[in-house]
Ligand binder design. Structure first.
Ligand SMILES: NC(=O)c1ccc[n+]([C@@H]2O[C@H](COP(=O)([O-])OP(=O)(O)OC[C@H]3O[C@@H](n4cnc5c(N)ncnc54)[C@H](OP(=O)(O)O)[C@@H]3O)[C@@H](O)[C@H]2O)c1
Length: 335
């Protein structure tokens, strides 16, 4: 069987397609014939900089995959033929995240899923919603679950509240779809009017182009009658954080998710304190949250937005496309 491997710190073009032995599942494990992966910004940055992450070589990239069980080890309840999707963390079943769970992320501390056959613990996979193709299901483990987590904890957002979404990447598009499903109003920012029109088609309430209107936080305050958004799905990081603080209401919540503008920078704590804002660091989600999300996705027959699919042999092109940031929704590799 074949697997893509990170073998050096030389970036996307140094990824190698390797031939490996087909693995045999041990007790409590399943073998999954992967049919699709989706990629996340984090997979791209892992490939671009495996050295500072202290990844061993070779490491198989990617956390998100879906396919069919082809073999099971002793004591496993699943059967060959069952359709399953990978969980981002092998060891975060439910409850709060722990350091041990954090150290079980696929395509990072643990080997990833960009391979034809993958071994995973039974608790590290989840049944695929019946209405989804494997390509669609492969978009769920990271971006969708992160968006779901940001909207449902520390308390679920409720109908009639306003959520601010930054940009139109994988997390934000799922967040829009969930807000539409929940009857929640959104304000979406993007550098592209065309992408904003696509968000409106998905149910977005109002939009702000952050390129032509760099004071987008002031625009959000205007659009909420000066009050501010009830919640922010913050994917920008240091380059957007202070404006998100300005754009959220007194007593509002910011789900701190991403670093699209870079990892280093400064934030001003004073307004956070003065506005009594809750800042919540989010790292994807647990298997229990994934089950809750899949139940909602199945009930509403929600379909993920896939921008483009790539052939397995052409996996490098998927990461280059992500770096170019022209996509809307998810990029998928078909295996
Ligand atoms: N903490 C976690 O658990 C977790 C989970 C998933 C993702 N993340 C992180 O969240 C971030 C988003 O992930 P993703 O998978 O959604 O990425 P993505 O699909 O690559 O998102 C790219 C989009 O982000 C938007 N963007 C870039 N710079 C922006 C800015 N200054 N202001 C507003 N929007 C901006 C752009 O949208 P427009 O083209 O519309 O402007 C761009 O197309 C990444 O940093 C990722 O590492 C974290």
């Amino acid at each position: 069987m074949r697997a893509w491997e990170i073998v050096s710190g030389d970036g996307v073009d140094s990824l190698e397609l390797a031939e490996r032995e087909t693995p045999t599942p041990g007790p409590g494990q399943v073998r999954v014939r992967m049919h699709a992966n989706s990629i996340n910004y984090r997979d791209l940055t892992t490939i671009e900089d495996p050295v500072s992450r202290k990844l061993p070589f070779p490491t198989v990239p990617n956390s998100d995959g879906a396919g069919v069980v082809t073999a099971v080890g002793e004591g496993v309840g699943l059967s060959p033929g069952d359709r399953v999707t990978s969980c981002f963390f092998e060891d975060w079943t439910a409850g709060e995240i722990s350091a041990a769970a954090m150290a079980s992320a696929l395509g990072g501390a643990r080997q990833g899923v960009l391979a034809e056959e993958v071994i995973l613990p039974e608790g590290g996979v989840i049944p695929t919603p019946a209405h989804l193709t494997d390509a669609e299901a492969a978009t769920l483990p990271c971006a969708a679950l992160t968006a779901w987590h940001a909207l449902t904890l520390p308390r679920p957002i409720t109908a009639g509240e306003t959520v601010l979404l930054l940009g139109t990447g994988g997390v934000s598009v799922f967040a829009q779809q969930f807000c539409t499903m929940m009857g929640v109003r959104t304000i979406v920012t993007s550098a592209s009017d065309e992408k904003l029109a696509r968000m409106i088609a998905l149910g977005a309430g109002e939009t702000v182009n952050y390129r032509t209107n760099p004071d987008w936080d002031a625009a959000v305050l205007d659009l909420t009658g000066g009050k501010g958004a009830d919640r922010v799905v913050e994917v920008g990081g240091p380059g957007t954080f202070d404006r998100s603080v300005n754009a959220v209401r007194v007593g509002g919540i910011i789900g701190l998710i991403g670093i699209l503008t870079g990892a280093a920078g400064q934030a001003s704590p004073t307004s956070i304190m003065r506005k009594s804002i809750t800042i919540r660091g989010i790292y994807v989600g647990s298997r229990a949250m994934f089950a809750d999300m899949n139940r909602a996705i199945a009930a509403h027959e929600l379909k993920p937005v896939i921008d483009q699919g790539f052939a397995f042999e052409d996996a490098r092109a998927a990461y280059h496309t992500m770096r170019a940031a022209g996509h809307f929704g998810k990029l998928v590799i078909n295996i």
